[in-house]
Design a protein around this ligand. Structure first.
Ligand SMILES: *[C@@H]1O[C@H](CO)[C@@H](O)[C@H](O)[C@H]1NC(C)=O
Length: 334
């Protein structure tokens, strides 16, 4: 019996090593290249997007999500995989506006430490957001499955949505966040009724950054066409706390909260970051510009009128003063 338990232990240890274990922190840190060489490549994700250094590309086609607002009838599977919370997506959701047709596979989130407002993977001008949503797609024109596409350049297309904290609860994100307590332990799954994935995206899809990068977790394959939206979405502070505090990274006790699930920005190296919109453009719309112009005009007119009346009044007072001086002086000479 003792020999048998020993054998079981050996098998268990071997299995644990075979699992290609990785973590965001702790003794392993983010020193992933030692076990996953591609993580040390020169086109890794995420990156810090410096808006002064991006290239405006007027030829970038608009990104067109299809089926995102028609979630279908099949329930979606929500899964705690020990690294993140992941929602399966049906292939009826797909993207146009990229080199080929990319169909959806899954979405998942990245977030920071408990209480931290910095947990996104991508940064804009060295500023992280509170969290980040990734919607993963693969090139279904060229490949039969995501596992076939995952190693090939531009095999995957991922949408990156930066999440910040706002005043109100975001009902779309509640479809995921309100169910986290059902999948606290690693490996647990639950079914989520279909909902409009479109609502998870920012309203303004026309403004985005585009670059070639990688998976942000091991094995870090450099196979991703990235689209990071310029506009952020908002969730409430309570929702962020749910994300940061609910999930555990182990299958059993001792419990360890799954937090700080983001990779730090990687060197851009020789890569180009394209922008679908012109950064130099005024932040105001034409309507706003017009009302500002009218405002300035009316304001200046009012000022001219006021100055005119003040000047007139001063002149009148001066005249009266001169008159009275003249009068007294006349009186004095009499
Ligand atoms: C990404 O790589 C492809 C293939 O090399 C290239 O055609 C495309 O211009 C690159 N995209 C960007 C944004 O650099």
């Amino acid at each position: 019996i003792m020999f048998f338990t020993f054998l079981l232990q050996v098998i268990w240890i071997l299995a644990a090593f075979g699992d290609e274990h990785w973590t965001y922190e702790g003794p392993h840190g983010q020193h992933w290249p030692a076990s996953f060489p591609e993580c040390g490549g020169n086109a890794q994700s995420p990156i810090n997007i410096e808006t002064n250094s991006v290239t405006f590309d007027s030829d970038l086609p608009a990104l067109r999500p299809h089926g995102y607002d028609q979630p279908g009838t099949e329930p979606l599977e929500l899964h705690n995989n020990g690294h993140t919370v992941q929602l399966s997506l049906p292939p009826t959701l797909y993207l146009e506006g990229l080199p080929r047709k990319y169909v959806a596979v899954q979405l998942h989130l990245h977030w920071g430490e408990r209480g931290s407002l910095m947990g996104s993977e991508h940064q804009i001008n060295s500023k992280a957001a509170a969290a980040e949503l990734h919607i993963v797609h693969y090139d279904s024109d060229s490949y039969n499955s995501v596992s076939e596409a995952v190693k090939s350049p531009q095999g995957l297309a991922v949408l990156g949505i930066l999440i910040e904290v706002g005043e109100t609860e975001n009902p779309a994100y509640e479809h995921i966040l309100s169910r986290l307590h059902e999948i606290r332990y690693k490996g647990q799954k639950t079914s989520v009724p279909p909902f409009s994935v479109k609502e998870l995206l920012p309203p303004e899809l026309a403004q985005f950054f585009r670059y070639n990068g990688s998976l942000t977790t091991p094995p870090c394959y450099q196979s991703v066409v990235w689209t990071v939206f310029s506009q952020k979405v908002q969730i409430s502070v309570g929702q962020l706390e749910k994300l940061q505090e609910t999930l555990l990274s182990r299958e059993m006790e001792p419990a360890q909260v799954l937090e700080q699930t983001y990779r730090v920005p990687q060197p851009l190296n020789q890569r180009k970051v394209l922008a679908s919109f012109n950064q130099d453009e005024s932040p105001y719309t034409t309507g706003e510009m017009l009302s500002i112009g009218v405002g300035i005009l009316v304001g200046s007119l009012c000022l001219v009128v006021v100055v005119y009346f003040i000047a007139k009044k001063i002149q009148k007072k001066k005249l009266e003063d001169e008159k009275s001086v003249g009068f007294t002086s006349v009186q004095a000479t009499e």
